[in-house]
Design a binder for this molecule. Structure first.
Ligand SMILES: *[C@@H]1O[C@H](CO)[C@@H](O)[C@H](O)[C@H]1NC(C)=O
Length: 377
């Protein structure tokens, strides 16, 4: 008789464990937000998702009218194990509703994601006139191709997009609309627009009197020949900063990615287009293209200005909210310092100059142009 009971118990336990495992496998294969819902449910019952035996006691100890609550942040590591941290946070009011400010398409509202995602990706695609886009001599259609891959990233995004590309961008993000805030933006909307005449003047004077110490081949490169190109690429820090101020997704970190990041190559993007990178606090992370032994000390302005030299990539720049603010003001100051000196150049030159001046502010990682997803998995 005892044997039968024991066998029954074993079968019962096996069934329970199997149901649990099936549920877990099922949830692992779903997206992060349903996983988070699942964890939210677990939260009140278990102290740790992996040890189901101890009941949690915070709820009972808490005062009747609580101003804070314990929040569990859980993350799938390598798609398998869970890493969970807990922190008290204020109980938020009703989730706000965000207005997507797009005038060419019917306005609509989306609920702000209730789950704190820690990263917001920021990008922009602007028309710099005469059919030129953000980059050099690439037709608009190629640009949209590039953009399409980038927009597949299953992450929160703040986009600043020219009128002509708004419909395209929104279409690409239809299934990710709750993770998307899009601003219809023209070059005239960025703060540096106020300095456009000065930039045009610099470019005109240089074209008339291209100095012997400069690389003649650079004369026709966009950073030497188009003030609007310089204006656009030097506005990255502003866009990143703007998104961090608005912070529609309550993110802790902000990542700038060029609209053409990856040049349409599927392989550079993460599997399933999911990405939850982590970055060191208090630093701006970016990628340096030259070998690690090649120190930035080797690059004073003369080595960069109107020279065919790529030292860092401006395609990926990431940091926490506070540091993004510091970075933007240093970046802008450096643009102004060059302008006062009668110079204007692209974002790569500005970046090298501020990394040299404030090395402690940067986490410089060695890699290739499109290595962001590989280096910051
Ligand atoms: C951010 O950009 C939007 C759209 O161009 C603009 O309306 C807003 O004023 C900007 N905010 C900041 C803080 O620059």
């Amino acid at each position: 008789m005892a044997k039968v009971t024991l066998v029954g118990l074993v079968i019962f336990l096996t069934v329970c464990i199997s149901i649990y495992l099936i549920t877990l496998i099922h949830l692992t294969s779903e997206d992060r937000s349903s996983y988070d819902d699942y964890l939210d449910n677990l939260r009140g019952q278990f102290s740790h998702p992996r040890s189901h035996m101890r009941r949690i006691s915070y709820e009972r100890q808490a005062p009747l009218e609580r101003k804070t609550r314990l929040r569990f942040m859980s993350k799938l590591v390598d798609g398998r194990s869970l890493s969970t941290t807990a922190a008290y946070e204020p109980i938020a009011a009703e989730p706000e509703r965000l207005h997507i400010s797009v005038s060419t398409v019917p306005s609509f509202t989306v609920p702000v994601s209730q789950v704190d995602e820690s990263v917001t990706v920021v990008s922009a695609l602007l028309d710099i006139g005469r059919g030129k886009w953000w980059y050099y001599r690439r037709p608009f259609e190629i640009y949209l191709d590039y953009l399409e891959q980038m927009l597949r990233l299953d992450v929160n995004m703040v986009l600043f997009v020219d009128k002509k590309a708004v419909d395209f961008a929104l279409k690409c993000r239809t299934h990710l609309s709750s993770k998307t805030v899009l601003y219809e933006t023209s070059l005239a909307d960025v703060p540096l627009w106020n300095y456009r005449q000065q930039m045009i003047k610099v470019v005109e004077l240089e074209q008339k009197n291209f100095r012997a110490e400069w690389d003649e081949a650079m004369r026709h490169h966009p950073e030497a020949s188009s003030a609007d190109y310089d204006l656009a690429v030097n506005s990255k820090s502003y866009f990143l900063y703007n998104a961090s101020v608005q912070n529609p997704f309550h993110s802790s970190h902000f990542v700038w990615l060029d609209a053409g990041y990856g040049h349409g190559t599927r392989e550079v993007f993460p599997k399933n287009f999911r990405w939850s990178p982590t970055f060191p606090p208090g630093k701006i992370s970016l990628i340096k293209l030259t070998p690690t032994t090649d120190l930035l000390d080797n690059y004073p302005l003369e080595k960069l200005y109107r020279q065919d030299q790529s030292v860092v990539s401006g395609g990926f720049v990431a940091g926490d909210r506070t540091t993004v603010g510091t970075f933007h003001s240093l970046f802008e100051q450096q643009v102004f310092a060059l302008l006062r000196d009668g110079k204007v150049d692209d974002d790569q030159t500005i970046l090298v100059l501020i990394i040299r001046a404030y090395p402690q502010l940067f986490n410089v990682v060695h890699g290739d142009w499109f290595d962001a997803f590989r280096l910051f998995p």
